[in-house]
Design a protein around this ligand. Sequence first.
Ligand code: CA2
Length: 145
Amino acid sequence: MEKRIYILNGPNLNLLGKRQPEIYGHETLADVVAACAKVAGEVPVRDAQSNHEGGLVELIHEAREDGLGIVLNAGAYTHTSVAILDALNTFEGPVMEVHISNVHQRESFRHHSYISARADGIIVGCGTQGYELAVQRILRMTGQG
Ligand code: CA2
């Protein structure tokens, strides 16, 4: 079965490029996915966004079947969700945690991440380029880049 790189986004990230550009930039989620697909080259990408915690858990379960690796920006669930951490712990490939903003320069409730305990790498504060860097890292970790 051909494996895919999953690019998963959590709540409100469907608004990327449409609100708060001073924090999250001008690129839309579609722009971000297109840039990731370019970096991934021959390796297919599967992108999805959910505003629901259970939706993200189910997408991670899907990745258990054919995921080469997961790039995850869990949005605000990063700071609250043991369920997403538990799901990630059932996935065998590399997991890259991405945050567009530098969460460490923001409110203290954004400084802790449940995802980080499982993530193989964490990219924060690199804007939407962070997703491309994460894809590049998954390719390298899986011997394809
Ligand atoms: O910096 C990030 O990528 C975050 O994961 C974004 C989350 C925030 O809760 C995390 O602490 C850090 C919020 C996503 C909201 O996305 C929007 C995008 C455009 C406009 C409004 C919200």
